[in-house]
Design a protein around this ligand. Structure first.
Ligand SMILES: Cc1ncc(COP(=O)(O)O)c(C=O)c1O
Length: 383
């Protein structure tokens, strides 16, 4: 069997097709499926881009590991916001969006007989990229009774001499779960024992309610002593999903390995985009983030209130722009989400789209306008 044949089917394309079929019948469908912010990039950043794009020096190939201005800005941001001290020279790498780095990391670490530990429930790219790199993905469960945090003992049982990489994702998509202070140190210890890399996908680290600050892996674990790497994204921080910009930070050897893979595959991000990203991560970042995150608390309140009226349990969190809730007793997550689309014209994502562990749950993304979220909420109240 070829590697492509081993890739699991992509549920999200099927959901899009089902949405389009319902909309074609004239139903006013509210799509709370994909986590793609409805609001545009802040105008100040768009204005900077309009200027940067005229700079002819930026029309040539970007520089190797990313523009030094952006790497320095990322280091400054991590220091101010998380107290993390990272060297822009060899501990930070610019990415064409964090997904690109996440997908390429296994290529720098595995050979065919190796394995990668991935969470079930999880962003599908961890499994798919392990398969494309020729490694075996081994799943560990994130269960509701552990607040969707991994059990380090279960991970220790799963890891063996062929384990090269352990993935975690906090704050978590789709559950909104957050890593507490104590999660990362035992995981880093396990990774060190098994001589493998511990990676945290931190795409949602700055997506939180009311200035709440989830912790970075690098706040808890010294990245110079431990083979750890963390993936950051400007996509959801600054409503920049279309711009394709993110960065990785971590142990210099792990960063260096990923940089070598990328040298072969891409030639970096348009320098004008990097220029704007550097400005976004500068001293005004906190204020900018505050304005980008401002709509989410009220949208969450409206949706959580509607689900409570419908009698559904919601996993409580202050992180991410997702609401993770239980489907009614006796229904499957696919069956329930199909019913919500057919009967209410609202797209929500079945938990099984994130792995078998998501059975019994569904996800609502708060990335539609306030009006559309309120409209969906009023339809969901009477499920
Ligand atoms: C958990 C998670 N990680 C990473 C990404 C990728 O983000 P980007 O490539 O836009 O930085 C996403 C996007 O939805 C995500 O949900």
């Amino acid at each position: 069997m070829g590697r492509l044949d081993a890739l699991p089917p992509y549920l999200f394309s099927e959901i899009d097709a089902a949405r389009d079929r319902v909309a074609a019948k004239g139903v006013d469908v509210v799509d709370l499926g994909v986590g793609d912010p409805d609001l545009p990039t802040p105008p100040a950043l768009v204005d900077l881009m309009a200027e940067a794009v005229r700079n002819a020096a930026y029309h040539q190939y970007p520089s190797g590991r990313g523009d030094m201005r952006l790497r320095r800005a990322a280091a400054g941001f991590l220091r101010r916001r998380h107290g993390v001290d990272a060297d822009p020279e060899d501990e930070i790498l610019v990415l064409c969006g964090s997904k690109e780095g996440i997908a390429h990391l296994p290529l720098s670490l595995v050979t065919e007989s190796d394995n990668v530990l991935v969470p079930d429930i999880g962003y599908p790219v961890y499994t798919q990229s392990a398969i494309l790199a020729g490694a075996e993905p081994r799943t560990f469960t994130l269960a509701a009774d552990r607040a969707f945090l991994p059990d380090p003992r279960a991970l220790a049982d799963l890891a063996d001499g062929g384990t090269r990489l352990i993935w975690v994702n906090y704050p978590n998509n789709p559950t909104g779960a957050e890593a507490g202070e104590g999660l990362y140190a035992p995981l880093a210890e396990l990774a060190a024992e098994r001589r493998c890399v511990l990676a945290n996908d931190a795409a949602y680290l700055e997506v939180s309610l009311d200035d709440h600050r989830p912790v970075s892996l690098l706040e808890a674990v010294d990245h110079r002593r431990n083979r750890v790497i963390e993936f950051h994204s400007l996509s959801k921080m600054f409503n920049m999903t279309g711009w394709r910009i993110g960065f990785a930070v971590g142990h210099p050897e792990v960063i260096g390995g990923l940089a070598r893979v990328k040298e072969t595959i891409d030639s970096g991000v348009f320098t004008a985009v990097q220029d704007v990203a550097a400005a976004a991560l500068g001293r005004g970042a906190g204020e900018l983030l505050g304005s980008v995150m401002a709509p989410y608390p009220e949208r969450r309140r409206v949706v959580v209130g509607a689900l409570a009226k419908a009698g559904l349990d919601v996993f409580s969190t202050q992180a991410t722009f997702y609401v993770w809730a239980r489907v009614p007793e006796g229904e499957t997550s696919l069956g329930f989400c199909g019913r919500v689309l057919r009967d209410k014209g609202v797209v929500v994502t079945p938990g099984v789209g994130f792995g078998p562990g998501g059975e019994g749950w569904f996800r609502i993304s708060l990335t539609a306008s306030d009006e559309r979220v309120a409209e969906a909420a009023s339809r969901l109240e009477a499920l």
